[in-house]
Design a binder for this molecule. Structure first.
Ligand code: APR
Length: 261
């Protein structure tokens, strides 16, 4: 932790202490310290793989084969990872009665694994924990489908209706989950404080949320290693590692709340 972060962390803590509705908005940068690469940093997932568009996945058997090949290969990246101090700091904010909700772009279930109440975690881009039949809606735990893949199935099809099966994540070109998107929009509008942690804020409509909050009167705090195009709108900008900064921030909030008792 560098000393020049002390001041913005203190400013952010003051903002949080005097608020009730704090929304935390997370991206892949909150999970890199758990060992999951993000998408756009050097070495990130999109520097290795070309994203497979939803319409290509649905229309081409070859694209489904490639997608499931990647899924089989990367499964253990997600399955065996643990939450890190950034996820745990968000749980602390909930326990302090400060957290309104977590809006996450992540599909790794690490907020829930860290102890965040599932009903307070809005997964804008779905989850990698399940697989769905795109025809009949049947649902399997991803672990079960990994067994199919390891037994030699290259492209799984629904054992009920023969339909195309797909991870319960939202691919480029796929419709956003309506309920989650509406809820995230509403919570962003009502937020008193909106904290962005570990996101490049380049994928819409998710990246709209910080501005919805800001335009509705919220204080905007951005905690990120790299610059984002929203940095100029931040009330507090902290260029640092999510785990380190979030842990220090929540400790500072606890100290200030403690003295306020
Ligand atoms: N601490 C703080 N920031 C970090 C850390 C860290 N330990 N590690 C990475 N970052 C920052 C990076 O500098 C980068 O700006 O987190 C950001 C991650 O940005 P992306 O890789 O673009 O991830 P994200 O913003 O979540 O992408 C949004 O894009 O591909 C889609 O659906 C995918 O949900 C994803 C969406």
């Amino acid at each position: 932790m560098t000393s020049q972060m002390e001041i913005p962390i203190n400013q952010a803590a003051d903002i949080i202490v005097s608020a009730r509705k704090v929304v935390v908005f997370t991206g892949a940068g909150v999970s890199t310290e758990s060992g999951i690469p993000d998408f756009r940093s050097p070495g990130g997932i999109w520097t290795k793989y070309q994203p497979i568009l939803f319409q290509d996945f649905m229309s081409s058997e070859e694209m489904r084969r490639e997608s499931w090949r990647r899924g089989k290969e990367t499964y253990h990246l997600f399955a065996d990872v643990e939450p890190n101090p950034a996820h745990r700091a968000v749980v602390e904010l909930e326990r302090l009665g400060k957290l309104d909700c977590v809006i996450t772009q992540n599909i790794d279930n690490l907020h829930q694994k860290a102890g965040s109440s599932p009903d307070l975690v809005i997964e804008l881009h779905g989850t990698a924990m399940y697989v769905l039949c795109m025809e009949c809606g049947k649902r399997w735990p991803r672990a079960e489908i990994q067994k199919w893949l390891e037994e030699g199935v290259e492209i799984p099809y629904c054992d009920e209706c023969g339909g195309i099966m797909k991870s319960a994540t939202v691919s480029f070109g796929q419709a956003m989950p309506e309920k989650e998107t509406m809820e995230a929009q509403l919570r962003s509008q009502r937020a008193e404080v909106f904290i962005v942690v570990g996101s490049s804020l380049v994928v819409y409509p998710a990246a709209h949320m910080p501005m919805v909050a800001k335009q509705s009167g919220a204080k905007l705090i951005i905690i990120n290693l790299a610059e984002t195009s929203f940095d100029m709108y931040a009330d507090v900008l902290i260029r640092g590692k999510a785990g380190d900064v979030m842990q220090r921030l929540v400790e500072r909030v606890k100290t200030k709340v403690g003295t306020k008792r």
